[in-house]
Design a protein around this ligand. Sequence first.
Ligand SMILES: Cc1cc2nc3c(=O)[nH]c(=O)nc-3n(C[C@H](O)[C@H](O)[C@H](O)COP(=O)(O)OP(=O)(O)OC[C@H]3O[C@@H](n4cnc5c(N)ncnc54)[C@H](O)[C@@H]3O)c2cc1C
Length: 382
Amino acid sequence: MARILIAGAGVGGLAVAHRLRRQLPAEHEIVVVDQSPVHIFWPSLLWLMTGTREERQVQRPLSALKERNITVVNAPITALDPAEKSIVAGDTRWTGDALVIALGAALEPKVVPGLADEAGNFYTVAGAQSVWELLHTIDQGRIVVLISRIPFKCPAAPYEAAMLIDGVLRKHRRRERVSVELFAAEPAPMGVAGQQVSQSVITALAERGIAYHPNHVVSRVDSGGHRLEFSDGAAVHYDLLAYVPPHQVPSVVAEGGLAPAGGWVEVNRETMETSFPNVFAIGDVTGIMLALGKPLPKAGVFAHRQGEVVADLIARRLTGIATSAIFDGMGECFIEMGRGIAGFARGNFYAEPTPTIHAYKPGRHWHAGKIAFERHWWSQWW
Ligand SMILES: Cc1cc2nc3c(=O)[nH]c(=O)nc-3n(C[C@H](O)[C@H](O)[C@H](O)COP(=O)(O)OP(=O)(O)OC[C@H]3O[C@@H](n4cnc5c(N)ncnc54)[C@H](O)[C@@H]3O)c2cc1C
């Protein structure tokens, strides 16, 4: 009997667990460890932030996995030993025949002085709710959407956030009195996806009257004075701040020797195996450099597909079932634009010398597609 340890039950970890359970005989143990008792469907936080979802709709209990013969350990992982394929969670050391690290990116608002004093971190459930509390009553002033540092997960999300906020204000006839601006610590939206995608987002922002300020790296936040200061000396006042916090590799991963200081876990980009045999890393915790000199974006679509590939590889090694599974760099994403409209982009991020991504014309059908995907996410596993 083998034991497969999966550290993290987010998008990638769940994909591994479910696919492995379908492929492996019941005597093989699948153990999923997460500090959170719930799985959150992160894309829905944009709808939580704009009042079209409630907290209970964006999450489900991980304990439900037990019904599928998956062992769930609800405890923080405090140590990782890739050479031993072991982790420490709570008071227990777990050792496996294979270890999958799917711990995502740690959100670290404290990296920017004063940022943690602001509640509007819409990359968390509480932060998304706090944005909605102010958004549904604000009737004058300036809303700032802030990308504080790169890299950050879901390159589209802050742009979607700004356009969804615009849509809410227009719907409630408050837009003339409330400006919406986006300050970004990056030169262009979704830059890895190429100029066509970037330009389509810039155009969509402009059509909605959302002022876009790229290349703005925030250096300090004065939450009492409602003021952002940037590294070039510029400053801006805000009445509502919705922000993407700095992301870092989880400290337990760095301390386990799996990532260099300030970096991410290096893997074989097709098999997702680390330099330790039978130790894999998937999703946001990894850093995969592309030929154009920028990393593969952090996105659920990649975590999901990488997870399925890793499950196939582990199952093959255990059972001898043939597989040609590799992660091929294909990905897609919906881009919410507010008022029931969304765009869509799809392509090959491993294409060389640059990714070949196509942005499709925005329409209501893409918005419906995003809602359908959310429904599918929950119905397949819960
Ligand atoms: C607002 C928003 C919108 C998004 N929209 C999209 C989208 O439309 N499309 C898309 O592709 N992606 C989207 N994403 C990005 C996507 O959610 C992530 O890229 C994806 O979740 C990464 O999966 P992962 O498994 O690597 O990490 P995660 O899903 O973040 O899972 C990591 C898990 O590890 C656990 N964990 C971390 N540290 C520890 C520890 N020490 N001990 C125990 N457990 C730990 C966490 O609790 C978590 O459950 C969005 C993200 C946000 C925030």
